[in-house]
Design a protein. Structure first.
Length: 254
C-alpha cells in the first residue's frame, strides 16, 4: 500500500482526506474549488437553460465514461467525437436512439488532414479496453504497454475543434468533456475563449507533462476558471462570465 493510501485510510476514520493541491493553484486560492466533478456538473446542469455538451474522445460511449448515464437519463443534447473506426461504430450503437446527439468520426487536431493514431493490440495488457489508450504519442504508449511490438496504428481523419463546432452549429457549450490520452491540453488551447466559454471543462491531466499541466492550469485560471484537481482528472468551472460571451451570463461559486 502506498504511503498516501495508508494515510488516507487512517484519516478517513476521522472524516478527513489527504489531497495534493498543485503549487499553482495554491498561489491562486480563489481558484481552488474543494469539491468533485459530479457536484460541479450538477451545479452546471441546474443553472443551464438548454444544457449542451461536447465530448472529445468519446470511445464507445460506455467504457470508463463519466457522462454516459447522465446523457441517457436526461437526454442531453451534444456532440460526440471519436476517431477510431470500430469505437465509433460502437459509440453510434450505444446511442442509436438518441436523435438529439451528433457524431463525428474524426480526431481533433490543429489542422485538417490524416494522422497516425497508436493503440495497443487487442488482448494486450494492461487494459481490457485497448481503444481507451489510443493516442498520437507513440513513445508514451510504449511506456504504458511495455513493448513496441504490442502497438498497432490506425490512420484517422483530423479536424480542428472550431470546424467541428461550426459544422454542428454549436452556439454554446455547458460541458466540454475531454479524454485524449495526453492531447487534452492541445484541445483546450484550441478553444476560442473570446467567443465561446464552456461553463465546465473536464479533462484528464494524468498523461500531461508537469509543464503542460501547469501551463494548462494557468491558461484556465487566466480565463476565469476555478479548478478542482483530483487524482487523474481536473475540472475547470467558469466562476464568472460577462457581456456577450457564453450562453448564460452568470456568476457562480462552488
Amino acid at each position: 500500500m502506498r504511503v498516501r493510501d495508508h494515510l488516507n485510510s487512517v484519516l478517513s476514520a476521522f472524516g478527513y482526506q489527504l489531497k495534493k493541491i498543485p503549487r499553482l493553484v495554491c498561489s491562486h486560492p480563489d481558484a481552488d474549488i474543494q469539491c468533485c466533478f459530479e457536484y460541479l456538473l450538477a451545479h452546471c446542469v441546474l443553472n443551464a437553460t438548454d444544457f449542451f455538451f461536447v465530448q472529445v474522445g468519446a470511445n464507445d460511449g460506455v467504457s470508463c465514461d463519466p457522462i454516459y448515464s447522465y446523457v441517457m437519463q436526461h437526454k442531453w443534447k451534444g456532440v460526440l467525437v471519436e476517431p477510431q473506426h470500430d469505437s465509433f461504430l460502437s459509440l453510434q450503437k450505444t446511442y442509436e436512439n438518441q436523435t438529439q446527439l451528433k457524431f463525428f468520426n474524426v480526431a481533433i487536431d490543429h489542422n485538417e488532414g490524416n494522422r497516425e493514431l497508436f493503440k495497443p493490440r487487442r488482448g494486450t495488457r494492461p487494459t481490457s479496453h485497448p481503444s481507451g489508450l489510443a493516442r498520437f504519442n507513440r513513445d508514451s504508449l510504449v511506456q504504458k504497454v511495455g513493448n513496441d511490438t504490442d502497438i498497432e496504428t490506425e490512420t484517422v481523419r483530423c479536424m480542428p475543434l472550431a470546424s467541428i463546432l461550426t459544422q454542428a452549429h454549436v452556439d454554446h457549450i455547458d460541458l466540454l468533456q475531454i479524454d485524449c490520452e495526453g492531447f487534452d491540453y492541445e484541445i483546450i488551447k484550441m478553444i476560442d475563449f473570446d467567443n465561446m466559454l464552456p461553463r465546465l471543462i473536464h479533462y484528464e491531466h494524468a498523461h500531461l507533462s508537469r509543464s503542460e499541466e501547469t501551463d494548462c492550469q494557468q491558461l484556465l485560471i487566466d480565463r476565469g476558471y476555478g479548478l478542482c484537481v483530483e487524482r487523474n482528472d481536473t475540472t475547470a468551472y467558469l466562476l464568472a462570465k460577462t457581456g456577450s460571451q457564453g450562453h448564460n451570463a452568470t456568476t457562480a461559486s462552488a
